[in-house]
Design a binder for this molecule. Structure first.
Ligand SMILES: [Zn+2]
Length: 137
């Protein structure tokens, strides 16, 4: 019997870089938006600048602006942080186009899960706030 060399036919491949450096995660040139990537092969939407699709591995990727509006999936309060003074509310936001992101939530409401929120920003950063906040002011 012929011996088969281990891994015969195995082709060495470079690991795929997942995130690109070139794409901005946040872009406020027109109106504030988180930047994402859209796969031109399977149409999957992903957060941030990608070099390959996380669903089908296609490298045919286009940069897109993600929806500003979303709904709070879950949230928690962080009291101690190394990078800044707490407490800070962190929330998983399901954006209107289906992408889920972890972001700061600035809300005076006691209960935020299920709340409609919108992306807001200033010179220091970006966060989500209740979509109705300030609408009646
Ligand atoms: Zn894809």
């Amino acid at each position: 019997m012929e011996s088969v060399e281990k891994n015969a036919g195995h082709k060495e491949v470079e690991p795929l870089r997942d995130l690109s450096d070139a794409e901005d995660f946040f872009n406020s040139t027109v109106e504030p938006a988180l930047m994402g990537s859209k796969c031109m092969q399977c149409e999957a939407l992903m957060l941030g600048g990608r070099t390959a699709c996380s669903t089908c591995l296609s490298r045919s990727i286009e940069s897109v602006r993600l929806a500003r509006e979303g709904v709070v999936y879950s949230c928690t309060r962080v009291h101690v942080m190394q990078s800044r003074e707490g407490p800070v509310d962190l929330a998983y936001i399901d954006l209107a186009d289906g992408v889920r992101t972890l972001a700061e939530l600035r809300s005076d409401e006691a209960e935020n899960i299920g709340r409609a929120v919108i992306l807001d920003f200033d010179a220091d950063g970006w966060w989500f706030r209740p979509a109705t906040e300030g609408a009646t002011a």
